[in-house]
Write a protein that binds this ligand. Structure first.
Ligand code: MEV
Length: 325
């Protein structure tokens, strides 16, 4: 009998610490109520069908080659599904399993937006495929597979994305350590999407090259971002949103120093601050994608200001559930 399994993983924002987290500094990220759903259906043969709303379709079959399970005879849109394909192959090899399946991905998280679309899709895919193949993997095993897929497709990445996608809530991440931060109350957060695509792999590489060529300048900026994260977490726990906002602005200035902002991001950030946000900054890799604003007042004025500048405002709930499966 055919079985169907449905799972979902959240997108995320960084309140503090993106980029610096790649070099072992702490970051604070939180799961948002914009999610990626993966539905898997069992098959009795070795055929694979992957369908994804807006990202394309792919067909193939699972075969072992040189001791590894691979999707062979692929047809369809491979490049845009590369995070999914890599996660599927890693999951099959982790389970040493060659049965086929059908997978449908439906994501609300815009690609290249800095909202963790690749972490949400790799996490949801690993969870859906392992469940339909009776793999019974733990959350940590799922996030390890998802992280491996991100590293292989995109290059350097921290574990923040996949940890937030699996565990949800507010997470402080540094190196391999992850600490849930429990005592942050509900926050009024508005995301502004520039609509421009940000290539995470390229921007992370840009920071790495800057760090290699000017270590004496770039390393102190990275360390200062880490200190801003620590102070930011404390101010949120103390419910001092004014101070948290100031620290978000400091974090943004430090990100400007790393060269990861863009004129459009700057414009939306300034508009949000002028409309009353306590603080505003890039979220995620930058170069395009989204900014995020924190407010003590209702978000309507900031939302309107973002819209007037040609951005897409999104009111989101933060601290939501991680992987649901
Ligand atoms: C990208 O969403 C966030 C970065 O810090 C990279 C990472 O943590 O993997 C720029």
């Amino acid at each position: 009998m055919k079985r169907i399994i449905s799972v979902s993983a959240p997108g995320q924002i960084f309140l503090f610490g993106e980029h610096a987290v790649v070099y072992g500094q702490p970051a604070l990220a939180t799961a948002i109520n914009i999610r990626t759903e993966a539905k898997a259906k069992s098959r009795t043969d070795n055929q694979i069908k992957i369908g994804s709303e807006g990202v394309g379709d792919l067909e193939g079959r699972v075969k072992k080659s040189n001791g590894k399970w691979k999707i062979q005879k692929k047809t369809g849109d491979l490049s845009r599904l590369r995070f999914v394909v890599k996660t599927v192959e890693l999951t099959l090899n982790h389970l040493n399993e060659g049965r086929g399946f059908e997978l449908h991905i439906d994501s609300e998280v815009p690609v290249g937006s800095g909202l963790g679309s690749s972490s949400a899709v790799t996490t949801a895919t690993a969870a859906a495929i392992s469940s339909i193949l009776d793999g019974n993997l733990s959350r940590d095993e799922i996030s390890d597979i998802a992280y491996d897929a991100e590293m292989k497709v995109q290059g350097a990445a921290s574990k923040t994305g996949v940890k937030v996608a699996t565990h949800g809530g507010f997470l402080k991440v540094s190196d391999d350590k992850m600490n849930p931060i429990k005592d942050i109350s509900e926050l009024k957060v508005l995301i502004g999407n520039t609509g421009n695509y940000g290539n995470t792999g390229k921007i992370v590489k840009k920071v790495r090259l800057a760090r290699e060529s000017r270590p004496k300048i770039i390393n102190p900026i990275i360390e200062a971002i880490g200190k801003t994260t620590e102070a930011g977490i404390k101010s949120l726990q103390e419910k001092n949103l004014k101070k948290a906002g100031v620290l978000m602005n400091v974090n943004q200035n430090l990100l400007e120093g790393l060269g990861v902002s863009s004129p459009k991001l700057r414009e939306l950030i300034t508009a949000a601050r002028d409309a009353g946000a306590e603080g505003a900054k890039i979220t995620g890799a930058g170069g395009g994608g989204c900014m995020v604003a924190l407010s003590q007042e209702p978000l309507d004025r900031i939302s309107k200001a973002i819209e007037e500048k040609g951005g897409e405002p999104m009111k989101v709930k933060v601290g939501v559930e991680g992987l649901e499966f």
